[in-house]
Design a protein around this ligand. Structure first.
Ligand code: FDA
Ligand code: NAD
Length: 434
């Protein structure tokens, strides 16, 4: 196979790759200069749709409906957009070797790609129960969700196991979004997770109490404080039940596992400096190797606002880091400079008729405001995080666009507060002042 050579190569074809491609076009990339290499068989799309609209029985989202950059209200980049711009998309192409010294990538099929500038945008992969040797974890109908092929397999199983039973392992993002999606499909759902409440990496006990109550009212059976230790199977090798550490056994036609992700950095081990599990970058997403950038889930970058370095596994940062890296590449070619990345963390989720947003940092004391009773008619409640006398993070369920803008601004401004009691009483009105 003839070697292919490009001025710029993006390795990975997910969210960051798509937003980087749009920025390359804005910056005037020439036809033939840029290639995107992706293991997936489709052009970059908005990954969050896979755990939401893609699984809905009605109003189902399908490609090309959610190619990037629709998730942030931008123009949809259809496959033709890339060919019109002279951007090469190598799909269903997995890179199995990366040599940063000779600037060469090699695919599973033996194709080699040379680059002058590389953007690593390989994202994350799922942690599997087989990684811990859980008995029976290889059974059919045990699913993970990362890529569109995974979602297609799950959709097939939902159709095949109509009105069946599902066990969702994990109480994080995937656990909460997938439990809702399966329930909407009329599947009987149980959720199992080891912690005392769901989504402990962000939620306080007060926030979690609302979601757990709401899910229970929807008929979802929540089992906390234990883990899945084994799976039973039938003669076809299909899962039939989930064995829990506390001795209980749950019947299951479908199991969905969401026990966390792992950034895909293995190709670069020993070649580039890593930190906090990701590839270390500066405020322009440059790695320790000249001409090599890392963006999205794989990047460990300086979070200026908190004078810290962090890795963020959320879509807003994937989009913004990609744009920052491409702007930096063009600026350095022109001998100009751009501002450092100054990111305000932003996470969100949607399930059933609920929708929350979080901005800032979840450290320090917390103050719950509003009504977190799961049967309340408005569902409007939230939490402030206060550190060193300043509000540093805000969570809000069921906010209007104006309210969500207000909490974003608050998390950026970090106003001082003198009394946590007063803050609790003022509630959302406090955010609206900024
Ligand atoms: P991303 O995973 O998008 O893309 C990586 C790409 O690289 C993939 O196409 C992969 O195939 C490819 N690749 C990897 N290794 C390769 C190799 N060796 N060769 C070739 N290609 C390779 N966030 C949020 O803020 N709100 C939300 O609602 C959601 N919802 C959500 C749902 C689901 C199901 C998932 C899995 C994740 C989310 N997220 C989210 C997280 C968000 O989607 C995630 O942070 C971004 O997709 C990260 O973008 P990246 O481009 O870094 O990786
Ligand atoms: P997560 O880190 O959010 O949650 C993992 C959860 O797994 C933990 O909270 C814990 O409850 C559970 N867990 C850990 N070990 C377990 C075990 N042995 N048995 C049972 N439960 C166990 O990870 P995730 O939900 O798998 O999400 C994967 C990735 O996708 C993350 O990067 C996440 O940010 C991303 N994602 C984000 C969104 C969003 O932002 N709305 C939505 C979906 C996925």
């Amino acid at each position: 196979m003839a070697e292919k050579s490009f001025k710029y190569v993006i390795l990975g074809g997910g969210v960051a790759a798509g937003y980087a491609a749009r920025e390359f076009a804005k910056q005037g990339v020439q036809s033939g200069e840029l290639a995107i290499i992706s293991k997936e068989g489709v052009a970059p799309y908005e990954r969050p749709a896979l755990s939401k609209g893609y699984l809905f029985p009605e109003g189902t989202a399908r490609l090309p409906g959610f190619h990037v950059c629709v998730g942030s209200g931008g123009e949809r980049l259809l496959p033709e957009w890339y060919s019109d711009k002279g951007i090469s998309l190598f799909l269903s192409t997995e890179i199995v070797k990366a040599d940063l010294t000779s600037k060469t990538l090699t695919s599973a099929a033996g194709q080699t790609f040379k680059y002058q500038t590389l953007i690593i945008a390989t994202g994350s992969t799922v942690i599997k129960l087989t990684d811990f040797g859980v008995e029976g974890a290889e059974a059919k109908n045990i699913f993970y969700l990362r890529e569109i092929d995974d979602a297609d397999k799950l959709v097939e199983a939902i159709k095949a196991k109509k009105n069946g039973k599902a066990v969702i392992v994990g109480g994080g993002y995937i656990g909460l979004e997938l439990s809702a999606a399966l329930k909407i499909n009329n599947i009987d759902v149980s959720m199992v997770y080891p912690e005392p409440w769901c989504m402990p990496r962000l939620f306080t006990a007060g926030i979690a109490a609302f979601y757990e109550g709401y899910y229970a009212n929807k008929g979802i059976n929540i089992i906390k404080g234990t883990v899945a230790v084994g799976f039973g199977t039938n003669a076809n090798g299909e899962v039939t039940d989930v064995k829990l550490k506390d001795g209980r056994v749950l019947e299951a036609d479908i199991v969905v596992v969401g026990v966390g992700g792992r950034p895909l950095t293995a190709l670069f081990k020993g070649q580039v400096v890593e930190e906090k599990g990701g590839i270390k970058t500066d405020a322009f997403f440059k790695t320790s190797i000249p001409g090599v950038y890392a963006v999205g889930d794989v990047a460990t970058f300086p979070l200026k606002l908190y004078n810290d370095i962090r890795r963020v596994e959320h879509v807003d940062h994937a989009r913004k880091s990609a744009e920052q890296a491409v702007k930096a590449i063009f600026a350095s070619e022109k001998g100009t400079s751009i501002d450092e990345y100054d990111y305000l963390p932003y996470f969100y989720s949607r399930a059933f008729d609920l929708s929350w947003q979080f901005y800032g940092d979840n450290v320090g004391d917390t103050v719950l405001f509003g009504d977190n009773n799961p049967t309340s008619p408005t569902h409007k409640f939230g939490t402030y995080w206060i550190k060193d006398g300043k509000v540093v993070g805000v969570f809000l369920e069921s906010g209007t666009p104006e309210e969500n803008n207000a909490i974003a601004k608050l998390a950026r401004v970090q106003p001082a507060v003198s009394s946590l009691d007063e803050l609790g009483k003022e509630g959302l009105a406090f955010a609206s002042k900024f």
